[in-house]
Design a binder for this molecule. Structure first.
Ligand code: BGC
Length: 331
């Protein structure tokens, strides 16, 4: 009985003591993390479309570079695979966390607009990058003029082909505003010629495999397709796979989007005829610089278009672009 009493006393002492040590350590850990974070002037967040996507990785690279120059911390966060719901939930979480500024792909969902208002009420500016939603109340947009970029693709198709053409479009996501704008620009452009017809549009869900399958399906249904236009970064290489799979008698003309290394490689091999260049790294740099200026109470214009233009194999040597696109070519 005596021993039991001693034992319970020991337990009574040990339990709260270990809890104190554990939580004490946790508290200390959190504090030391906060101290590290406090050495930055601002904490900005970049909400990406897909964390591992090479195109978004370039936006991240530029954004991190610029943040470092402004003694700011840039957090890169988003879904593994494109997911609007998850991006909206992340945006909401970042507002609740009280970060200093948010840069995100623009979404045309009503909730997006509501969240931007919520952020504004808490004095957190939200900017769009890559894809805009001008009606949402966002602070500013940095990225390609997407309508113009699609228009340029159509113009190149007119210039480079002869006789009647039947075009299949592989669109990244038909719900994404930038993809819709590219398609609209392309459509308006080819409508200026009476020999080019857009016969079908299929979605790739912004994956190479999705683009290959969509191309395969389109060629199966319309074996008379003579040209393809891919509107997002991995569509071009997917189109090449789909065409290889179907082996049409004559290879369709292919115009892609973006200048990721795989696309340039396929252009050098002669499988892609041209591509629309975007400058994601520049988008990241600009977006953070403008966010910083905003925090410094400087005036920032609502729209900053980064360059775009058409690249073909004559602009590439050993997988690298040799001729930079002329600034403002598409503006
Ligand atoms: C688009 C992005 C998209 C990416 C997908 C780019 O062309 O601008 O919005 O996330 O392609 O790979």
């Amino acid at each position: 009985m005596k021993y039991l009493k001693k034992g319970s006393l020991l337990i009574l002492f040990l339990v709260p003591f270990s809890l104190m040590i554990y939580y004490g350590k946790e508290t200390f850990y959190i504090e030391s993390e906060m101290t590290a974070a406090h050495s930055y002037d601002y904490h900005f967040v970049l909400i990406t479309e897909e964390v591992g996507n090479d195109y978004w990785r370039l936006i991240e690279k530029g954004a991190k570079e610029a943040a470092a120059k402004h003694n700011s911390y840039l957090e890169y966060i988003g879904p593994k695979v494109t997911d609007t719901e998850e991006r909206l939930a992340t945006l909401d979480r970042m507002i609740a966390a009280g970060v200093d500024g948010i840069i995100t792909k623009g979404m045309n969902d009503d909730t997006f607009q509501e969240l931007i208002q919520k952020a504004a009420n808490r004095n957190i500016p939200v900017a769009t990058v890559d894809t805009d939603n001008a009606q949402s109340g966002r602070a500013f947009y940095v990225g390609t003029n997407n309508y113009q970029a699609g228009y340029l693709a159509g113009k190149r198709l007119i210039e480079e082909t002869e006789g009647p053409q039947k075009v299949g479009v592989i669109i990244g996501l038909s719900s994404a505003q930038n993809q819709v704008e590219r398609l609209n620009g392309f459509r308006d452009s080819i409508n200026e010629s009476n020999r080019i017809e857009l016969i079908d549009v299929a979605e790739s869900h912004i994956t190479e495999l999705g683009a290959a399958q969509a191309t395969y399906q389109l060629l199966k249904v319309h074996p008379d397709i003579t040209a393809f236009f891919g509107t997002s970064a991995l569509d071009g290489i997917g189109i090449v796979q789909g065409i290889k799979e179907m082996e049409p008698v004559q290879r369709p003309y292919v115009i892609a989007f973006d200048i990721l290394p795989e696309t340039l490689e396929e252009m050098e091999k002669g499988h892609i005829d041209a591509t629309v260049a975007q400058y994601p790294e520049e988008m990241g740099i600009r977006a953070v610089n403008l966010m910083y200026q905003l925090k410094q109470h400087q005036h920032v214009s609502p729209i900053y278009f980064t360059d775009t233009g058409i690249v073909d194999s004559s602009d590439i040597h050993n997988g690298e672009l040799i001729a930079p696109i002329e600034a403002g070519e598409a503006q």
